[in-house]
Write a protein that binds this ligand. Structure first.
Ligand code: PMP
Length: 385
């Protein structure tokens, strides 16, 4: 057997167990409060669960159509029109996926070729880079300033060359909570004009945005929309990350390529859930209140954290908050996060794992998609450190 495992055997030699699995595993073992992985500790809407049950009882238990249940694609197209006054054709431009991760994987696999360069901003969600590497592409990482997380568009411009195939943006941004502005989107639009560079716009936190800001979807910018795969996740919006449901909206010429991979990657995704979501999503109250809902949680948590020695700038979107611990210890963030889990019984994510060369900025990420009771307990622990 060992011959197979020669130096060149692995397609992803640098890929390790994800930090989420490590920290959640440690949290379970240590019986620690788990603020590491990004998922709610409260229930998904009972009505939605009922709709899924009903779809199962009504016989939607065989393969769904390859691109997804038409009624759901139609409802998504209507949502785009209502929120952004932008049209996507449900027949040719929207595909239902097994969550955002599969949509990202499929978009990259369908369009990035060997040797192509893909610009990624760090800290970055952890699936972008390995997927680019898997298809023989070359991730070109830009490390963002650890406090402002602002994109320097001049730097982006300077890295673009004939090999650049794709740029990946994510707003609201995991892990920083930073939101791209209209000016950011216009700058990007200007840079990509007259190029054949594609864009993945990871908008899975589209509705989790605070302080009266507006989500600048890539579809609002014609020079971006024409080259963009918009990625969405129902798990983030409807509190059921374990269902792994999402979608990709992209112009027809891109969706054609996307589906060529999708049909062999998963073919189609969970049928009864799609039937249920087709009904559930038509009630906009089910997603438009999400920003307020999570803003209250952010404020509740940060109000308690004022007493702590952690430093923070309130998150502008997502359900993550960064906490700087440089006034507490010199330890590297991974060791500190491990120690907090074992000694203080609270699990967080060290953000060096999302950074270029694992840059340690003495920052932890916590997830505040939790009940007030959990957040209160977490703040009590963190304020004693
Ligand atoms: N993009 C970002 C930025 C995320 O944070 C996540 C989930 N943590 C995803 C994509 C993947 O979403 P899903 O769970 O629907 O695959």
């Amino acid at each position: 057997m060992s011959n197979f495992f020669s130096e060149n055997f692995s397609k992803l030699p640098n890929s390790k167990t994800s930090i989420f699995a490590i920290m959640s595993g440690l949290a379970n073992k240590e019986n620690a409060l788990n603020l590491s992985q990004g998922f709610p500790d409260f229930k998904s809407d009972y009505h939605l669960i009922e709709l899924v049950n009903r779809a199962m009882l009504n016989g939607y238990n065989q393969y769904a159509p390859m691109p997804g249940v038409y009624g759901l694609r139609e409802a998504i197209a209507e949502k785009f029109e209502k929120l952004y006054q932008e049209k996507y054709n449900p027949e040719t431009e929207i595909t239902i996926t097994a969550g955002g991760t599969q949509a990202i994987f499929t978009a990259i696999t369908a369009t990035v070729k060997k040797g192509d360069e893909v610009i990624i901003f760090k800290p970055a969600y952890d699936c972008y880079e390995p997927t680019v590497e898997l298809v023989g592409g070359k991730p070109i990482a830009i490390q963002l300033d650890p406090e402002s997380f602002k994109i320097n568009w001049e730097e982006v411009k300077s890295l673009i060359n004939s090999k650049t195939r794709m740029v990946i943006i994510n707003s609201p941004h995991n892990p920083s909570g930073k939101v791209l502005s209209k000016e950011d989107m216009q700058q990007l639009e200007k840079i990509l004009k007259n190029t054949n560079i594609l864009l993945i716009s990871d908008e899975v936190y589209e509705h989790i945005i605070f302080d009266s800001q507006k989500h600048e979807s890539a579809c609002l910018y014609p020079g971006l929309k024409e080259r963009t795969f918009i990625i969405a996740s129902f798990g983030k919006t409807f509190h059921n990350t374990g269902w792994k449901m999402g979608y990709c909206a992209a112009p027809a010429y891109l969706t054609t390529e996307f589906r060529k991979v999708h049909q062999f990657n998963v073919f189609s995704v969970h049928h009864p859930t799609q039937v249920a979501l087709a009904t559930y999503i038509t009630n906009e109250q089910n997603y438009l209140n999400l920003g307020n809902f999570y803003q209250q949680k952010r404020d509740f948590f940060l109000n308690l954290m004022k007493e702590s020695r952690f430093k923070f700038i309130p998150s502008k979107g997502t359900y993550f908050q960064l906490l700087n611990f440089s006034d507490i210890t010199n330890e590297n963030d991974f060791d500190f996060a491990k120690r907090l889990t074992i000694e203080n019984k609270i699990a967080t994510i060290p953000i060096s794992v999302f950074n270029e060369q694992n840059l340690d900025t003495k920052v932890l990420r916590v997830c505040f998609a939790k009940t007030e009771e959990t957040l209160q307990k977490a703040a009590e622990i963190l304020c004693k450190i």
